[in-house]
Ligand binder design. Sequence first.
Ligand code: UDP
Ligand code: MG
Length: 223
Amino acid sequence: MPFYNEEEIFPLLRPRLTEFLDNSPYPCEVIAVNDGSEDRTIDLLVDWCKRDSRIKVLNLSRNFGHQYASTAGIDYASGEAIVLIDADLQDPLEVIHEMVQQYKNGYDVVCGQRITRAGEGNFKRLTAWLFYRFMRFFFLESLPQDVGDFRLMSRRCVDSLTAMRELHRFLRGMVAWVGYPQTCIRYHRQARAAGTTKYPFFKMARLAWTAALSFSPLPLRLS
Ligand code: UDP
Ligand code: MG
């Protein structure tokens, strides 16, 4: 779970995640990655992990960006199956149970596929809609549509992913690229529970550009 300037989320996240962990039928731990936050995020994480041994904290030396923070968490996670999820509660924790069910049915990758995206502007919705269709058509056919980074991955998938030390990382494409049986669970994405997006337009555009360049020679050939 990557965190960048997420201090506002703690009063909501802490009880929700604690309840999830307490009631989970399988043992879980949370790897929280502080991605160089400038607010009180790291203090709040350290306080939390002192009180709950299921919370582990990684503290990056500066802000590297969502994809790198997630990579650090995946590298340190030791579970049999790993779920990548944002800290802002946009992705309901309950969907994880459905993901585990599909994992038990034999899938290595279970993606959360957004049916709706509450609390996001028309521009973000439109660009995201276009992005996945464009990406699949031109660059990476196996990229699941309308799927962000919220997904469960099996240990063997994670091992393949951690072997890929690409500097420019588009994780959701890399997971699609490594293969293994994949499926999706459709869910309604909530509005951010607190705080504001840490993904302004230029970061989204940068990620899209990284995605396009990483999976096809077409942009280079065109240029
Ligand atoms: N995030 C991060 N580093 C960054 C930007 C974002 O670790 O440089 C985290 C952020 O705290 C959140 C997740 O990545 O847990 C997704 O970011 P956000 O919710 O702002 O993106 P959006 O849902 O608006 O696309
Ligand atoms: Mg978000």
